[in-house]
Design a protein around this ligand. Structure first.
Ligand SMILES: NC(=O)c1ccc[n+]([C@@H]2O[C@H](COP(=O)([O-])OP(=O)(O)OC[C@H]3O[C@@H](n4cnc5c(N)ncnc54)[C@H](OP(=O)(O)O)[C@@H]3O)[C@@H](O)[C@H]2O)c1
Length: 404
């Protein structure tokens, strides 16, 4: 939460920071529902009073500025606090910069400048050309924190990667015989299902498919009242479509009797396959509705990079870029993601158990690093406790463009 001394250091007033914090809070309500769009919030203020507010609520729906303008009768002379630079292009909706100009606002305060190439300062330029005062970079760190996944996708073309694992107090994700069900208790496992419900896709390696025969669906506790169809959909699919299950395999394919293959007709299941897997094996999987994308490389780290570019593009079978991918292990696949520099967020669930044994795996396997300077460095974001387990969440910081 920004304070007055930060405000003075950045040259932004405490009032601007207070209203921007409100806009960012509103924006966060759209997270998980608007992707691949960014979550954005807007507050309209006149004489220190909020006269309208809104946020981008669903993919394809009105943007935050339009929601806020329709929440007030007359915005003339007001200040608009927007967590991301207003757009200046025709996408699924008309440009928000034009809507603010038409509404006669006097001032626009922005947290993060949008690096998306069809905006990239263009919204600011258009507002200034219309004689509107524009200030940027207000509560920028908080704005970037909320927009991190969007910023990563726009800047790199790849989805934000959440690595999730459950481990013992002594850092093992399975026993030396490979047993891992269950390290944590039911409450922690429910939190994993909530996390699954908020991402576009979950990935595992072939080792996990063989060891655990996982289902990888969202299984949340039954609601206490009868849920409407819309509520049920919201819990099992974000606005961009249902959860996709991804299996990374370089040489082996999942058994046709595995739970993933047997349920592929109900829940999208895609194989990220190495180039050497036989076409006949892939055809058998296709007969069971498993879609395959074959990498050009067998190199595990390069395979991660290529697959992320594919998932972050509109060329994947869903036809819409993915913003959040969760990798649920095991340690070899997570080792490749770490070596590719592609772990952006970690949810480490830690149970009050010690497993021991040199051969019992840790969460992130080969190839590993030689010097600490090469370690994936993330910032502490949150800590939750569930009965006798805890969850630590660490995240990467992503900076957008410089303040304009
Ligand atoms: N506690 C937890 O949170 C947790 C979570 C998951 C798993 N586990 C446990 O972990 C163990 C399995 O771990 P694991 O490390 O053997 O399995 P894994 O990481 O799930 O799978 C490794 C296999 O995936 C394939 N693969 C395809 N692309 C890859 C890439 N780019 N990088 C790395 N591997 C790639 C390779 O097999 P091919 O070359 O043959 O295709 C590789 O042998 C099991 O005991 C399981 O119960 C625990």
């Amino acid at each position: 939460m920004p304070n007055d001394s930060n405000a003075a250091a950045n040259g932004h007033s405490a009032e601007d920071i207070r209203w921007m914090t409100k806009a960012i809070e509103l924006a966060s309500q759209g997270r998980g529902k608007v992707e691949p769009n960014p979550p954005v919030g807007c507050v309209l203020v006149r004489d220190s009073i909020c006269i309208g507010k809104g946020y981008h609520q669903r993919f394809g729906g009105p943007h935050a500025e339009v929601e806020a303008l329709s929440d007030c009768d007359d915005a003339s002379g007001a200040t608009a606090y927007v967590s991301l630079e207003p757009c200046c292009h025709h996408g699924k909706t008309p440009p928000c910069a034009d809507a603010l100009i038409r509404a006669n606002v006097a001032r626009v305060v922005i947290s993060v400048v949008d690096p998306f190439d069809q905006v990239d300062g263009g919204g600011i330029e258009r507002l200034r050309s219309a004689g509107i005062e524009v200030i940027t970079g207000v509560a920028k760190e908080e704005g970037e924190e909320l927009l991190a996944a969007y910023l990563k996708r726009v800047l790199t073309g790849m989805p934000w990667v959440i690595a999730k694992w459950a481990m013992s107090l002594d850092g093992r994700i399975a026993t030396k015989t490979g047993e891992s069900k269950w390290i944590t208790g039911p409450s922690a496992r429910s939190a994993v299902h909530e996390l699954r419900a908020s991402v576009d896709a979950i990935a595992v390696g072939m080792g996990t498919v063989l060891a655990d025969n996982p289902l990888l669906t969202v299984r949340l506790p039954k609601p206490t009242k009868i849920a409407t169809a819309a509520e049920t959909d919201a819990k099992t699919a974000n606005n961009s479509g249902p959860l996709v299950r991804l299996v990374y395999s370089r040489s082996r394919v999942p058994d046709l009797q595995s739970q993933l293959v047997q349920t592929a007709s109900q829940t999208p299941t895609w194989l990220v396959a190495g180039p050497e897997i036989a076409t006949a094996d892939l055809a058998r999987l296709a007969d069971h509705d498993v879609e395959t994308w074959q990498c050009e490389t067998i190199d595990p780290v390069e395979m991660v990079r290529q697959s992320l570019l594919w998932l972050g593009s509109n060329d994947n079978p869903r036809g819409l870029a993915m913003t959040h991918l969760m990798v649920e292990g095991g340690s070899q696949l997570l080792g490749s993601f770490a070596a590719a520099g592609q772990i952006d967020e970690v949810h480490a669930f830690i149970a009050g158990k010690c497993i021991g044994g040199h051969s019992a795996p840790g969460p992130v396997g080969d190839p590993g690093i030689k010097t600490l300077a090469d370690a994936t460095s993330l910032r502490m974001s949150r800590m939750d406790s569930f009965d006798n387990d805890v969850r630590l969440i660490y995240r990467r910081q992503i900076a957008a463009t410089e303040t304009t």
